[in-house]
Design a protein around this ligand. Structure first.
Ligand code: ADP
Ligand code: ASP
Ligand code: MG
Length: 450
């Protein structure tokens, strides 16, 4: 890795899961003088426990059981650090806040309390990781990201306010970077009243890219548990292989369509400021990884296959749709009002189908009763679940002959729903039954990449 380029490095949940994993990350930071800002996720498993506490009704005893699990993860790291008193005291303070929030009567009903609780995962891991760096001889300080990462007040899915972030980062972080590595929290922000917010699951990648943008960094590194971005999720097929390079657009499409290795919004700041993004494995940094940049040497028609699980397909029908004006507008006004993000849309004369994401552990429930009720007031609504969304990401697929026939020929044994191709020449998407989606990806991968 090149030195003296200003780098923001993000370490994901498995990379900071325990002391051993954190030590590998510390070695990466110590070896690269350009890394001045470190963004960490919560230790693996902690956010899931906090989400469960924040969203599920349970007995006080069950709550205590989950809190004990969180404590177990954090105390194990503290023990491996030799229980330094100042760190132990700060961790105790955070854990006291956790207990208080976890038992708060209003927790299940107030986004503000939920986000305060969810933020504690990153606040604990960043405290512990800065001590790991200090013990390794790196001058590092735990920095509260809420001083700079200003967002709106959409708890659970807050949107960043770019100008405020840039101003605060430059005045509060930049002056320290010459002699200190700042270790800060991914996923967490604060609104203009200082209330804690969060950016949505997997949001630490986005935080790293936002800080890289605000600080005019040259590089944003995403250190995770795989050696880069692969042709498809290596958990689906062992034939998946890492890609040495990707364009911003390809990576953005992949992230959008379910390549979990990058939060969907990660590429936006990188693209705006032309910041190179590197994805690699903190366990095996010597293996290199993927460089994501503006111009690649090679932009093939097929680049990767992504899968997004747990899609919900909504079909709205009205007998009056024939020549009816304003139907689509009414449907999409309701969707926009409820902040739902629609991915695929197909229309016919009397019906519109669209898909929504419905991931487990999502911070906000996407398709709620209220939305359905509003739609049902003027049309028939059918909701089907059990689908996964498969996308082939590539380049200019519309201009090469045989691109789509190759895709469809390879998977003609499977039933495809809602095929979307054409609106964007860089991808083709369709839904398949969730029970067959792994097989579909494997077969498609063989046809396109092996
Ligand atoms: P982190 O905790 O470091 O943010 P994530 O679990 O969020 O890690 O993302 C890494 C995971 O993303 C990998 O373990 C892999 O299973 C999954 N993944 C999905 N699609 C891809 C892909 N195309 N390339 C690499 N990893 C992928
Ligand atoms: N800890 C958060 C999550 O698990 C954010 C992240 O890891 O990126 O979703
Ligand atoms: Mg992630």
């Amino acid at each position: 890795m090149e030195n003296s380029v200003l780098t923001v490095a993000k370490f994901g949940g498995t990379s900071v899961a325990n002391h051993d994993a954190m030590s590998k990350c510390a070695a990466i930071v110590a070896a690269d003088n350009g890394i001045r800002v470190v963004v960490v996720s919560a230790s693996a498993g902690v956010t899931n426990l906090l989400v469960e506490l924040a969203h599920t009704a349970m007995t006080p005893q069950q709550r205590d059981g989950l809190i004990e699990q969180v404590k177990g993860i954090q105390f194990a790291i503290l023990a491996d650090l030799g229980q330094p008193k100042d760190v132990a005291d700060k961790l105790d303070t955070l854990l006291m806040q956790l207990e208080e929030l976890a038992h708060h009567e209003e927790l299940l009903h107030q986004g503000e309390l939920k986000d305060a609780l969810l933020s504690l995962g990153e606040r604990m891991s960043s405290l512990l990781f800065s001590e790991v760096l200090n013990q390794r001889g790196v001058t590092a300080r735990n920095f509260d990201v809420r001083k700079v990462l200003r967002t709106d007040s959409e708890f659970g899915q807050a949107a960043p306010q770019l100008q405020s972030i840039a101003d605060a980062a430059q005045s509060l972080m930049t002056p320290e970077l010459a002699d200190t590595v700042l270790v800060t929290q991914g996923f967490v922000g604060a609104d203009d009243q200082g209330r804690t917010t969060t950016l949505g699951r997997g949001g630490s990648d986005f935080t790293a890219a936002l800080l890289a943008e605000a600080l005019h960094a040259d590089v944003c590194q995403i250190w995770t548990d795989v050696v880069g971005v692969y042709t498809t999720d290596p958990r689906i097929t062992a034939a998946a292989r890492p890609l040495p390079e990707l364009s911003f657009e390809e990576a953005a499409e992949m992230a959008n369509f379910g390549a979990k290795v990058l939060h969907p919004a990660t590429m936006e700041p990188a693209l705006r400021q032309d910041i190179k993004v590197f994805v690699g494995s903190s366990r095996e940094p010597e293996k290199g990884g993927t460089w994501i940049m503006k111009d690649c040497t090679h932009e093939p028609p097929y680049r990767a296959i992504t899968r997004r699980k747990e899609q919900v397909m909504v079909t709205v029908k009205t007998p009056q749709m024939v020549h009816a004006q304003g139907f689509l507008q009414s449907v999409f006004t309701i969707i926009a009002k409820h902040n739902l993000s629609v991915d695929l849309v197909t229309t016919s004369e009397i019906a519109v189908s669209f898909t929504l994401d419905n991931p487990a552990n999502s911070v906000s429930e996407r398709l709620n009763r209220e939305t359905l009720q509003e739609l049902r007031e003027f049309c028939e609504v059918e909701v089907e679940s059990g689908y996964d969304l498969i996308t082939v990401v590539g380049n200019n697929m519309h201009s090469a002959a045989g691109v789509s026939s190759k895709i469809f020929a390879s998977i003609n044994a499977f039933n495809l729903r809602m095929i979307c191709y054409g609106a964007n020449p860089h991808n083709m998407s369709f839904l398949v039954d969730e029970k067959t989606s792994g097989e579909v990806v494997t077969v498609l991968h063989r046809a396109l990449f092996e």
